[in-house]
Design a protein around this ligand. Structure first.
Ligand code: PGA
Length: 252
């Protein structure tokens, strides 16, 4: 049985004090929910404060990005060790905004994932096709190639620690969600591919859906056999709406 994960990606939203207020409200709103792993990914400067605010709670901390090298002259970048030091247990890699706006390649994503695992942090690896690719019927091949490329440098025995997030680019921040059936189809294909490459471990890997997940569509998405939680952007900024998405995963 895969324990669901619901993760909040705050992107470039919320200042330190806002993140602390969010964390406090979230912990209060989640009282009694113990069958879902809840993760929040604030911007870098708020991580340390968030860690303090979440201390003693089951909510886990994540970063939104990392650099693969352990140290060096990489102005503006942050290392795995730095994230571990402030208490990050997860880190998002390969988000479509990073792939599109910052030209991140599968090879870079793979190096980041490997560095994170080596440093004791679990990657949340994002994959997803663009609207043009979906309309050209390329979803399966695009997602398969991203998955293969993004795992190329990850040692096989660490694969079970990965979390994957399927996020169709056309559904991110657009209010347009993939139908549960459409999402399930891609999730099942991802799991089959993992099974072919890594065998039985595939059955234990959590595959999250992301892209306009809201309180009113979360339950039907989460009801799908291979959807093991959600990566939530916009709707995660309000602690009450994020908590209600967590509850949808809880009653799954
Ligand atoms: P959204 O973002 O929920 O605002 O669509 C999801 C994401 O980018 O992870």
């Amino acid at each position: 049985m895969r324990r669901p994960i619901v993760a909040a990606n705050f992107k470039m939203h919320l200042t330190g004090p806002e993140v602390v207020a969010h964390a406090e409200a979230l912990v209060a709103a989640l009282a009694g929910v113990d069958d879902v792993e809840v993760v929040v990914a604030p911007p870098f400067p708020a991580l340390e404060r968030a860690a303090r605010a979440l201390e003693g709670s089951p909510v886990r901390l994540a970063a939104q990005n990392v650099h693969a090298e352990p140290r060096g002259a990489f102005t503006g970048e942050v290392s795995v060790e730095m994230l571990a030091e402030v208490g990050c247990r997860y880190t998002i890699v390969g988000h479509s905004e990073r792939r599109a706006l910052f030209r991140e390649t599968d090879a870079e994503v793979s190096a980041k994932a490997a560095a994170l695992l080596a440093g004791g942090i679990r990657p949340i690896l994002c994959l997803g096709e663009s609207l043009a690719q979906r309309e050209a019927d390329q979803t399966r091949t695009v997602v398969a190639a991203q998955l293969e490329g993004s795992l190329a440098g990850v040692p096989g025995d660490r694969i079970p620690e990965l979390v994957i997030a399927y996020e169709p680019v056309w559904a991110i921040g657009t209010g347009r969600t993939a139908t549960p059936e459409l999402a399930q189809e891609v999730h099942a294909a991802i799991r089959e591919q993992l099974e072919r490459s890594h065998g039985a471990a595939a059955a234990g890997i959590r595959i999250l859906y992301g892209g306009s997940v809201k309180p009113d569509n979360a339950a039907e998405l989460m009801a799908q056999a291979d959807i093991d939680g959600a990566l939530v952007g916009g709707a995660s900024l309000d602690p009450a709406s994020f908590a209600s998405i967590v509850r949808a995963a809880s009653s799954r």
